[in-house]
Design a protein around this ligand. Structure first.
Ligand code: PLP
Length: 422
């Protein structure tokens, strides 16, 4: 890892030239601003479109035109098992066995389906532990699951917050809370990365502590999948869900992922909501009225698969498979460290007005920045000048240089533009 950074364009161009992943940038459409590529720092919100996506989708449109319903079997990539074409690449990205992963539905839908199976409160164990300021959809999902079981949200939801005056949650405070609630804890459901602060949680330690306390442990990996090295299987995480349109570049609202650990797959006493696509595929079309679950994560599928969005997901996963998570993470660390360095250089000139609230030791590629003395207008001016970060109320600008298509030169340009606006 290079740490001798220089705040010059020449340094950035040299770094980009030496970047073993440099060819991937050309495989994406980069939005334009006044006929120039923007500095796109929102791959954590909506990843850019691979240039291959269109042909992957076109293939399915062509096969639909050509075969009609028979495309389920005759298409070049038959629709009947289409979701299976995504599994291997996806499983690798999250560190899972193939049988533990399925692409289906949307993220919040998957969280609900998995909580139906894994949040089983009783009179003794009924609490859910989560991070304060979790993504709103997760908060609504957790609250409504609690209410669905006739319980009181105030009593059943334990939220771990940063200490007074701090922006992120101390890891020891999470472990302490798990221990404090150990007799009443049913489920721990935390984001792998907090969307607001960019803090990465120690999923291995949380899973261990949760299991020791007798709880089930699940993660929302929306900001972790494709961003961090994950080992869901080895960490013995019980379940997880994520979307594919952020770091995974599968297009707006595209199909989501779900993980269920091997140890649960054959447990027939586990309650679940069922649909025909979760039925044993060998006998699915006998159309019998008794549900016979698959013995893989596919068991949680309800409906037949959304082929067009899966085609986009396939296009993107092929790129990930080629680049490899190890190399992506290596570059990600360098890019983010460089962004941190450039912000430090600007701070030297501008009275330390920029505060990075993402913890240095626990982060992926996102840096959340508070510009003290500046509000939303600064963000709007960045947009007006061809930089696309995003804004999160009340005061945070999130920047995520992603290793597949962002460059050191992007960061240099961001720095120059930011400096000129302060
Ligand atoms: C992006 C995101 C979501 C979005 O949920 P959808 O069901 O995909 O609309 C939910 N949770 C987290 C933590 C997110 O970052």
């Amino acid at each position: 890892m290079i740490t001798a950074f220089e705040h010059t364009l020449a340094f950035c161009r040299n770094m980009d030239e030496k970047d073993p992943l440099r060819k991937f940038r050309g495989q994406f459409y980069i939005p334009q601003h006044h006929e120039r590529e923007v500095v796109y720092f929102t791959g954590n919100s909506l990843g850019l479109q691979p240039k291959t996506t269109q042909s992957y989708i076109q293939q399915e449109l062509d096969d639909w035109a050509k075969f009609g319903v028979e495309g389920h079997f005759l298409a070049k990539h038959p629709w009947m098992p289409y979701h299976e074409f995504l599994t291997e690449h996806m499983a690798k990205i999250v560190g899972a066995q193939n049988e533990e992963v399925v692409m289906m539905n949307q993220l919040t839908v998957n969280l609900h389906l998995l909580m139906v199976s894994f949040y089983r409160p009783n009179s003794k164990r009924y609490k859910i532990l989560c991070e304060a300021k979790a993504f709103p959809s997760d908060q609504y999902a957790l609250q409504s699951q609690i209410q669905f079981h006739g319980l009181n949200v105030k009593e059943a939801l334990v939220e771990i917050a940063p200490r007074e005056g701090e922006y992120h949650i101390r890891p020891e405070d999470i472990l302490e809370a798990i221990d404090r609630h150990k007799d009443s804890l049913a489920l721990i459901m935390i984001g792998g990365v907090n969307y607001f602060s960019g803090q990465v949680f120690d999923m291995k330690a949380i899973t261990e502590a949760g299991h020791k306390a007798g709880a089930i442990v699940g993660f929302d990996l929306a900001h972790a999948a494709g961003n961090l090295k994950l080992e869901l299987h080895n960490w013995e995480v019980d379940f997880a869900a994520w979307c594919s349109y952020k770091y995974l570049n599968s297009g707006p609202g595209s199909v989501a992922g779900a993980f269920v650990h091997q140890k649960h797959l054959k447990n027939t006493t586990l309650p679940q909501f069922a649909g025909w696509w979760g039925h044993d595929k060998k006998t699915r079309f006998l159309m019998d009225s008794t549900f016979v679950p698959m013995e893989t994560a596919e068991r949680w599928q309800l409906s037949n698969a959304p082929i067009l969005s899966m085609a986009a997901c396939r296009a993107s996963l092929a790129i990930f498979a080629e680049a490899g998570m190890e190399a992506l993470i290596e570059k990600s660390k360098q890019l983010t460290a460089y962004l941190e360095y450039v912000i430090g250089e600007i701070n030297n000139e501008k009275n330390n007005c920029l505060q990075i609230i993402t913890p240095k030791e626990n982060r992926g590629c996102q840096l959340s920045i508070v510009a003290n003395g500046y509000g939303k207008p600064l963000y709007e001016q960045l947009i007006a000048n061809g930089v696309i970060p995003d804004w999160r109320e009340p005061n945070v600008i999130r920047c995520a240089p992603v290793p597949l298509y962002n460059s050191f030169e992007d960061i240099f340009r961001f720095g120059e533009i930011l400096k000129s606006l302060l």
